[in-house]
Write a protein that binds this ligand. Structure first.
Ligand SMILES: *Cc1c(COP(=O)(O)O)cnc(C)c1O
Length: 392
C-alpha cells in the first residue's frame, strides 16, 4: 500500500522515519501487535471486596475511609443528578478555585485527572518515552511501574532501607537518562515517610532535568508538623510535581478526582495529554464540598492516628510470634510475618473471620499484609481474630 494519499501533520514524517528504525514493523503479523513495553506490564491487582466464597465482609484492603465521605459531599453529589446529559467543565474551574483557596495556590497551576493515578500517568507521558529511565523505590506504589512501562520508559528500582524509601539509593540510580523520580510520601504499601529534610536533600541533589513527583495521596493523615515540604517545593521549584487525591481521607474513591501542582511549564505539558473531559460534574461538586468540610477530615485524621497507634502496639505485643508492623504515617499498617504463622495463613484466617486485608505476594511482599485502619469495631474484631490465628 502506498502512502501517497495519506496526510501527516508537518514534522511527523521525520519522527516516523526515526521510529521505523528503532521499532520493527508489525506488517507481517496476522493480528494487531501490542507494544513490547505494554506486554511487559504486570496488570494492577485491586483490593478484594468479597471473600473467595462470595461473602461481603469488612473491607480493609484498599485504604478507603471507614467513615465514608462528608455529608456535604454526599449532598452535593446527589444534587448534580439532574445534569447527567452535560459534559463536565473541561477546565475544572470550580475545583481548581476551591483547592487554590484551601491551600493558597495559583489555580492556573493545578492539574487534575480521573484519580491521581491519571495525574501520575500524565507526568510519565509528558516527560518520558522509549529509552528514558524512571526511578522509584523498591516497595513503591504499584502504579509507578505501570505508568513507566506504558510510555516505553525503563523502570529503575532503588533498593529500600528496611522497607522505607532510601534517598541516597534513589540518587545513586539517577543518570543523564533519568527523566522522572516517583516517590510516594507516605508510601503505599509500606506506610513509611521521608522527612522534610530528606525530601529537600533529594530535590537539591537531583539534576535540573529530572521531574521529582511527590505523590501525597496520604498527606492529610499526617500530623500538621510532619509536612514533608513537597507543596512548598512545587510552588517554587521548576521540577517538582505534587499529586493529591480525594480517594483516601476525603472518602471519594468512587468519584475519581485527583490533582497535582507544579510550575506553569510542567502543568502546560501535562494538559496536552490529559483527557479533554475528566471526572463527572457530580464528582467535582462532591470534591468541592469535601474540601470545605475540614471538620470531617480532622475527625478522620484523629481517629486514624489513635487506632493506628493502638494497632501498632497490639502487633508489637505479638512480636514473640514473629509479627512486626512497619512504622506507618498513613491510614494502614504493613504487618510482616517473620515467625511460624505465615502472612498467607493469617490472610486466609482473617478472611474466614470476616476481614479482607491485602496480601502482597505480587509486590515482593509474600510475608506482608497491608491492613487499612478501620472503625473501632473493625479494629477490635480484627485484632482479636489475628491473636487467635497466631495462637493456634
Ligand atoms: C491510592 C493511591 C493513589 C491514587 O489513588 P486515586 O484514587 O487514583 O487518586 C496514588 N498514590 C498512592 C500512593 C496511593 O496509595
Amino acid at each position: 500500500m502506498g502512502r501517497a494519499l495519506c496526510h501527516m501533520p508537518r514534522g511527523e514524517l521525520k519522527a516516523l522515519a526515526m521510529t521505523d528504525e528503532i521499532i520493527p514493523t508489525a506488517a507481517a503479523a496476522s493480528a494487531p501487535v501490542p507494544k513490547d513495553w505494554i506486554m511487559a506490564i504486570a496488570p494492577y491487582v485491586p483490593g478484594k471486596s468479597k471473600t473467595d466464597d462470595g461473602r461481603s465482609v469488612s473491607k480493609l484492603s484498599s485504604n478507603e475511609n471507614p467513615f465514608g465521605t462528608s455529608e456535604h459531599a454526599r449532598e452535593a453529589f446527589r444534587s448534580a443528578a439532574m445534569t447527567l446529559e452535560r459534559y463536565p467543565d473541561s477546565a475544572a474551574v470550580d475545583l481548581r478555585e476551591a483547592l487554590a483557596a484551601a491551600h493558597g495556590l495559583d489555580p492556573a497551576r493545578i492539574i487534575y485527572g480521573t484519580g491521581s493515578d491519571e495525574v501520575l500517568h500524565m507526568a510519565a507521558g509528558a516527560f518520558a518515552g522509549p529509552g528514558d529511565e524512571i526511578v522509584y523505590s523498591r516497595f513503591g506504589f504499584s502504579v509507578y511501574p505501570i505508568a513507566t512501562r506504558r510510555v516505553g520508559a525503563i523502570p529503575v528500582v532503588a533498593p529500600d532501607k528496611d522497607y522505607a524509601t532510601d534517598v541516597d539509593a534513589i540518587l545513586a540510580c539517577v543518570t543523564e537518562r533519568t527523566r522522572l523520580v516517583f516517590i510516594a510520601n507516605p508510601n503505599n504499601p509500606t506506610g513509611t515517610f521521608c522527612t522534610r529534610a530528606e525530601i529537600a536533600r533529594l530535590h537539591a541533589a537531583l539534576p535540573a532535568h529530572v521531574l521529582l513527583v511527590i505523590d501525597q495521596a496520604y498527606a492529610e493523615y499526617l500530623d500538621p508538623e510532619d509536612d514533608d515540604g513537597g507543596m512548598e517545593l512545587a510552588r517554587t521549584a521548576p521540577n517538582v510535581l505534587v499529586t493529591r487525591t480525594f480517594s483516601k481521607i476525603f472518602g471519594l474513591a468512587s468519584a475519581r478526582v485527583g490533582w497535582g501542582y507544579a510550575s506553569a511549564e510542567v502543568i502546560d505539558a501535562m494538559h496536552r495529554i490529559r483527557q479533554p473531559f475528566s471526572f463527572s460534574i457530580a464528582a467535582s461538586q462532591a470534591a468541592v464540598a469535601a474540601v470545605k468540610d475540614t471538620g470531617f477530615v480532622e475527625r478522620c485524621r484523629l481517629h486514624n492516628r489513635e487506632w493506628r497507634a493502638r494497632f501498632e502496639a497490639e502487633i508489637a505485643a505479638l512480636g514473640n510470634k514473629g509479627l512486626r508492623a512497619v512504622p506507618s504515617r498513613a491510614n494502614f499498617s504493613l504487618v510482616l510475618f517473620e515467625g511460624e504463622t505465615s502472612a498467607e495463613t493469617a490472610y486466609k484466617g482473617l478472611m474466614d473471620a470476616g476481614y479482607i486485608v491485602r496480601w502482597l505476594p505480587g509486590q515482593e511482599l509474600p510475608h506482608g499484609l497491608r491492613i487499612t485502619i478501620g472503625t473501632e469495631e473493625e479494629m477490635t474484631g480484627l485484632i482479636a481474630a489475628l491473636r487467635k490465628i497466631v495462637a493456634d
